[in-house]
Design a protein around this ligand. Structure first.
Ligand SMILES: *Cc1c(COP(=O)(O)O)cnc(C)c1O
Length: 409
């Protein structure tokens, strides 16, 4: 089975984690600056337990009033919207550019009101959003700007790492992300906000902290493609059967995509640990090489599929340089094609994100976002990880071609 995601970690990448049990931990924030600092010359960096913690802390540094509005792209990870609601903020959904899946500045302008305070931009799939226009709109309307860079390590706008256009940004180092340190996140703050901010202490019981990180390390090992067919896939099948008994593992491998019960709980995750920074250092050393390989894979598959009229593709580099961390194409029926790919040994995702504006749980904030709605029903996410072999890339496009030969619309 070709998984839809693999961090391409080698044995050496696990070393910082394995040796962290005997070495004394090093000071945290200093380490982050050392490894990440040159990408963020003018910003302050803080280690956080997860990416969503970074958003939570960011929201806590600002002063809001009841009814304040936050503009956010409708095609999105529902958790971000839930966090806004939990903070008493009102989400206002903005449509996306169908070529990048990121916030459309024209619709942002339409939706700005007197109550707007903050814009949350996601560099969806690692594709840079149109930051030039979004920044201008924020300045003209006196809005704070926060960037969700969970997919966007190595994504560039104006040749610069994204995450430094506005007041803050989040990064995530979970097991499904481009840089994987078995959890952990990073808050980026602008020079103006940093003096007002103090990183809250975070501690949970030792055993809980150990097992939270350990489960993620273990899952990463199980996601190695050579093991994938026999382990994770079967594990996932078994887990789906015993969902109620194994909610924790299930939540790591296959997190919920639309859970109205979700509440952010500060202490449910292990703190950021210093071995994580060392893992980042190892993975960042080959970031450019990996992004180039991802681009090559995406370009090859797009090129091979260009004659299929029923497929349309994204324009990932429209506003900068994408890192291609996720690779999506538009197809008429992503669920049917995903099922066919699975039968042929290729994992894919037919429902990466939803149009949050149309979700039942956010129905009181409904607004019509046609492009987000279309993406939610038609985007199919395919594997694009850098250690995919050429023969596997070929298998992916050939299997898709086969499907369309048999299903001419
Ligand atoms: C993963 C992710 C996050 C949050 O990251 P965590 O570390 O899981 O909290 C935020 N936004 C998007 C788009 C993500 O994919």
């Amino acid at each position: 089975m070709i998984p839809k995601h693999f961090s391409c970690l080698s044995t050496g990448d696990y070393w910082p984690y394995l040796t962290s049990f005997k070495n004394a931990p090093s000071p945290l924030s200093q380490g982050l600056r050392h490894v990440w600092g040159h990408r963020f010359p003018g910003s302050a960096l803080y280690p956080t337990p997860t990416g969503r913690h970074a958003l939570w802390y960011f929201l806590e540094t600002l002063e809001f009033q009841g009814g304040d509005e936050v503009l956010i792209a409708a095609y999105n990870f529902y958790i971000i919207v839930r966090i806004l609601l939990q903070k008493g903020l009102k989400p206002v959904f903005v449509d996306v550019d169908p070529e990048t899946l990121c916030m459309d500045p024209a619709d942002l302008t339409n939706k700005v009101s007197k109550k707007s305070r903050l814009v949350v931009v996601t560099h969806m799939f690692g594709n840079p959003a149109n930051m030039v226009e979004i920044e201008t709109i924020c300045q003209q309307n006196d809005l704070w700007l926060f960037e969700d860079c969970a997919h966007a390590v190595g994504t560039l706008c104006n040749q610069e790492q994204v995450g430094q256009s506005g007041d803050g940004a989040l990064f995530s180092f979970g097991i499904q992300k481009l840089v994987n340190s078995f959890g952990g996140g990073m808050l980026v703050l602008s020079e103006n906000l940093a003096p007002k901010f103090e990183l809250p202490p975070h501690s949970i019981p030792k055993l809980a902290s150990f097992s939270d990180t350990f489960m993620r390390a273990l899952t990463s090992i199980l996601m190695t493609p050579s093991l994938y067919g026999i382990t994770l896939h079967q594990l996932q099948k078994a887990i789906n059967r015993f969902e109620d008994r194994l909610p924790k593992i299930k939540a790591i491998i296959d997190p919920a995509k639309d859970n109205p019960e979700y509440r952010f709980y500060n202490l449910e995750r292990a703190p950021y640990k210093s071995f994580m920074t060392e893992m980042h250092r190892l993975q960042l050393a080959r970031l450019n090489e990996n992004i180039n390989r991802r681009r090559e894979i995406v370009m090859t598959i797009k090129h091979e599929l260009q004659d299929i009229a029923d497929i349309s593709v994204l324009y990932e580099d429209k506003y900068g340089h994408s890192n291609y961390s996720y690779f999506g194409i538009y197809v008429p029926d992503p669920h049917a094609l995903s099922h066919f790919l699975a039968q042929n040994g290729i994992d894919s995702c037919s429902q990466e994100y939803y149009d949050c504006a149309s979700l039942e749980q956010f129905s009181s904030f409904y607004s019509k976002c046609e492009n987000a709605h279309y993406a939610s029903h038609h985007i199919l996410r395919l594997p694009s990880y850098p250690c995919l072999r050429d023969s596997e890339v070929e298998k992916i496009f050939k299997t898709i071609k086969l499907w369309f030969t048999n299903h001419v619309c």
